[in-house]
Structures are given as C-alpha cells and as structure tokens.
Ligand binder design. Sequence first.
Ligand SMILES: Cc1cc2nc3c(=O)[nH]c(=O)nc-3n(C[C@H](O)[C@H](O)[C@H](O)COP(=O)(O)OP(=O)(O)OC[C@H]3O[C@@H](n4cnc5c(N)ncnc54)[C@H](O)[C@@H]3O)c2cc1C
Length: 432
Amino acid sequence: MEKIIVIGAGIGGLASAYFLGKAGFNVEVFEKEKEENLAYDWHDDVAPDIFQRLSIPLPDKKFYFPKHDWSFVPPHSKYYVAVHSTGERDISIDRKELSRMLVELAKPYAKINFGTAVQSLIIKDGSVAGVKVEGNKKSASLVIDSSGALSPFRKSLPDSFMIEKEPRPDEVFYAYRGFYERLKDIEVKEHTHKVYLRHLGEKGISWCRRDSADQADILIGRVDKLEKSVIDNALNELKKDNPDVGEKVVKAGRICVIPVRYPLLKMVGDGYAAIGDAAFMTIPMLGSGIASSLLAGFLLADTVIKGGTKVDNLWNYQVRFFHEAGAKHMGVDVLKRWMLKAESQDIKFLFERKVISQTDMERAGSGNLVKMPFKELLKKVAAGYSRLGLLLRLKKVIKNMQKAVECGLEIPQTYDMEAIKLWQSRVKKFYE
Ligand SMILES: Cc1cc2nc3c(=O)[nH]c(=O)nc-3n(C[C@H](O)[C@H](O)[C@H](O)COP(=O)(O)OP(=O)(O)OC[C@H]3O[C@@H](n4cnc5c(N)ncnc54)[C@H](O)[C@@H]3O)c2cc1C
C-alpha cells in the first residue's frame, strides 16, 4: 500500500492518519512534542455531532461538560448579548484527553513518532516526494501537513503549487490564555462566561469564563501581534470588570496562534495536502477549529481511499471541504473583517440597539451566515434612522457575506489550474 506521511499529531493529522491507516494505507505520523506534552491543558468548545457523524467515540463523560452560555460584550459597554447553545448542546472538552483518545484510535493503524520534528519537505521535480527527519529522507506518495497555522512547510512549497505561503498579519490571532485563582467571597451568578468584542476598542477579543469554582479562564487575543503591555492592560481591565478574578496564576499563561480567516484557496499540490490550522480551517469569528479539522481528516482520507493520491483527485477533498464548511467560513470572515475595521462606537450602537442580535452571534460563532433583511434591519432600530449611513454599510456587509459564500461554492469542480486561478482572484476581491 502507498506510504503517507503526516506532519504533526494535531486534530486533523490524527483523524486523517486514523481513517487512512484503517483503510490499509501505510501511514507514519511525526510529532515534534513528546506524547505527554501533546495538546492544550484546558477545555475547548465543540459541537458533539461531528463525533457521531465520523463514528468516533466521545471521550468518557468525565472529560467534558455542557458548554456554558456566553455573553457578548460590545466595546466600551456594560451591555450583554447572551448567546444560548441551540439544538444539541455543544460541549467543552478536555483537549489533552481528546488528543489522547485520537492517538489511541490511530495507533493500531499508523506509526506515530513522538518527539520527532520534521525538518523540511523533500521536493523532487516540482512535487513533494517526502520529508526530512533527523537527517534521514523519508519518501511518501502524499505528505499531509497538519503542523499548524504558521506551517514552515507550506512556506517552502514551489510557487507553481499556487498555495498561499503565509497568512496576512491581520489574518492571525495571537491569544494569551491563563487561569487565575477565583476569590471565594465574591459570587458571580450571571454572565459567568463573557466575550468582550473589540475589547478596549482594540482589534481582537478577550474573555473571562468560569468553568470551575476555583479558577477563572482568561483569554486575551489580538490580531497581528500581542505585546506584553497589551496583555497587562487588558488583564487589569478584565479584573476590574470581574472582581472575583484574583492575582494568583494557577496555570501558566501561554501565547498561541490561531488563524482567523477564510480557508486556504489551494490546499493541495502534487504529493501535498494541508489540513486543520495549516489550511486555515478555523471559523474566523471565534477561531474554533476542532470540528472542521476532524471533518477535514475524514474528507481527506475518504477522498484518497476512493481515488488515490494524485493531485487531481486530492482537489476533490478541497471541493468537499468548501461545500461543507469553507464557503460559510468565507462569509463569516467578511463580517469579522468589518467588525475589526468598524469604529468601536458603531459596534456598540449595533449591539445596544439589538441590530446585531443573539441569533446573529450564535450563527456567526458557529460558522453560519448572518441573515438580516434590510426591512427587518430598519424595524429593529427605529431610532436608527439617525445612523442610516451605518445601517447601509451593514446592509452592504451582509450582502457581501452572501456573495462570498456563493463564490466559495463556485469552487471549480475539477483540477483545472486556469479555472482555479480565476476563482482564487474572485475570492480575494472580498478581502482586499
Ligand atoms: C487559545 C485557543 C483556544 C481555542 N479554542 C477553541 C475552541 O473552543 N473550539 C475549537 O473548536 N477550537 C479552538 N481552538 C482552535 C483549535 O485548537 C485548532 O483549530 C485545532 O487544534 C486544529 O489544529 P490542527 O489539527 O491544525 O493541529 P494543531 O493543534 O495546530 O497541532 C499541530 C501539531 O503539529 C506539531 N508540529 C508543528 N511543527 C512540527 C514539525 N516540524 N514536526 C512535527 N510536528 C510538528 C505541533 O507540535 C502540534 O502538535 C483554540 C485554539 C487556541 C490556541
């Protein structure tokens, strides 16, 4: 059977290794971290239906709990938009346990080398032919790049692949996450999980969530870069607004990178496929990427199982991903960019007047389109005629979101480089 190499034991890498190995491919995973250091030491939210769809078991119940309702706070405001979980309740899952479970699933079918960093790709005659690891060359028919948002491998691909090498600085979110002791004598009864949009008017979000009685989970995320002074200032302000958050750091904070943009417009080349954060598969509004990485792991494996590792077949993986999730992410990215660029006073106005509602935030946060007919828009904000200019701008943004989704769905169905080039340039126009 053909050899397939996976770089990185992230969610997408492990899922594809499991499905491909199970189908009989000779799969080898290289992960630079030791097994015990894999993944984050915290809980993250995910919709559980993806596990059912892929017939992957959920970890034991003790490793997850129902996701709490979030309250969105507009910039410089005391107003809250509470977002309730809809349908089947999302869960907050222990990331270490999720990774451990995926490793256990994949292990019988794939060789997983922990503590082994891939150094570079081997490029031969314009195709990816394998990887270099610890000075040795390892050949493969397909290399799956699951090495994260700033993949150095994507960067080293030949230009002829037409794969974007790097995200623009404002398409990446730098997030500090730390856990702080909660002061026992201060009770918090409502809005226990707050997301501060454009916190302090800056380009990004912060959150304070309380999943446990003794710890507050703090996140400070900004696009482009995150200076220490920005973290310190935001932390101070969060503590003022959440007086139960104490000084003591329970779990050391770390800074992570999350892509917050539309997916890569070309995820595959000869001998190469990007997946997960390396293919920018996160939902641009909040940076959720677990479900789409799992989905992509399945789609990539299924595509290869059905049609092999040649690039014209690999393209079907990307087409399927865009139809299931990528096109919607493109729409959400239009809204996200506008929210980052708009004046904080305008954002505040739209939330306080309920022009942007709880349902809109639910939809955008879960990667879906915001639907707001203009008549309804005007009805929602009777006093908003004074801000007609703002409403018209918002109307345009919403129309652009729909157009972006339509454009995403018009992805060429076959691997035709000219058609792909044309489609890429049409897509990019939405984000110039
Ligand atoms: C603070 C934060 C909060 C988040 N919250 C959520 C959430 O609530 N819900 C949600 O769905 N998503 C969330 N995400 C996003 C989610 O973590 C990612 O989208 C998801 O993990 C997909 O990652 P991946 O499969 O691309 O692999 P990653 O998790 O990025 O893993 C990449 C792996 O590649 C390895 N690697 C890198 N370079 C090499 C190399 N040279 N050789 C070998 N191995 C290498 C790394 O060590 C790592 O293990 C959050 C992310 C962060 C940072």
